[in-house]
Design a protein around this ligand. Sequence first.
Ligand code: PLP
Length: 457
Amino acid sequence: MFIPDISGRSGPKYLALADAFAEAIESSELKAQTKLPPQRILSYRLGVTVGTVTRAYQELEHRGLVSPKVGSGTYVKDRQSETRTFYHPVSSKHGIDLAICRPLLINQQQHLSRTLQDLSLEPIAQRAVLDYCSAEGLQGHNQTLQHWLGQRFNSDIDSRRLLWTYGGQHGLSVLIQALTRPKETILVEGLCYPEFLHSCQQSERKLVPIRLDEQGIIPEDLELHCQRHKPRLLYLTPAIQNPTGVCLSDSRRLRVIEICRRHQVLIIEDDVLYCPPAHRRTPLVAIAPDITLFVGSFSKYFSGGLRVGYLIMPLSLSLPMQKSLRASCMHVSPLMIDLVCRWLTNGAMDAVDQEIDTELKARHRILQQIFSGAGQGAVPGFNVWLPLPEPLSGQPLSRQLQQEEVHVREAEMFAVDHYPVPAAIRISLTGPTSRSQLKTGLEIIQAHIESASEQSL
Ligand SMILES: Cc1ncc(COP(=O)(O)O)c(C=O)c1O
């Protein structure tokens, strides 16, 4: 009988229980037509009241995941047959996906459902979101973002410095198009977010890697390449480096800003990856707003599918940035922005942030049970960088794991140009839809590493 693990989940018990069942259903651990445990037995096993279990089952029914059969109990619905034709992904990986860095979907579905109901009763809002608008967007939306960012960064941001985008990736490509020309050089971290590299390659920008250590990029190497290449842009992930998870130290932040200012280099601060609240620091854009372009997104903080993000730029660059945005998409869909703004103001975004933080901590505990000490010195975010013992290296291990349908990202995917590739893989703790699937995936990886180490002895 499936008894869910509700330890470490915040909020009302019935919701924690419903969430744990929902995860198991989404990950197919609980298959269609499976009967849920009888309510009395579950209440006894978990030490909660029968009322709590009843409410949890009602919640699951409300989410369309289970249905009661009179006199027989509650069963997992066969949603495959209901959704196969329309809502099934066109292509998806089989097995356990520790490669994709996706947001943890906890209560976002309820927020979406409520917000769409609210919107359905507001004709003025409906007309506004159905119409074209300018690249700058709608006033109320911009003020909402301005207010939210002001609180988050503890500083005032002129709303004319903000631009909505279709997520972080779109923001990055708008920026590259606005600020550089083909063949121009962009400096990047030696191990870098691969889609940024692809975007630059597609538009024929030249990339030069800067050396990294456990505190982030090395200022002396930055200085050297600024002198040598006279670049226009430096691309960084200072809060939580992708892929290593390292946070750029405070002293390095100041050195990087000083060097960039002296060489007239603009900094792209990519802040898309989820950073747990306890690890958030003052962003570069708050310290050096005149030379920093901040790329934000709600993809990892709420939902990747909505494709909503934003840029914060120096006021002097707002015109070229607006032109670049118009060239790429005219403007971002006000409907998507409207949903996000409602969650920014009604507390849903903050609540989801807390829920993600709690679930992520539980997933890091599972990681530590299997790989004790993994990720030490890094920010405990969605991804974990796992250095490999000799004779292993990233790509062959990743291929072996694929044969067992466990997917990870090898270090080779992140290395820029001829940058030396460390023997490592990147594991996403949020890729698996349930904790138990995560545990199984990590155990398979550990078994492979152990057997390779033993063979080499
Ligand atoms: C560092 C970094 N920047 C940008 C993105 C793209 O974010 P979005 O999904 O909002 O386009 C990602 C996605 O994984 C990322 O890891």
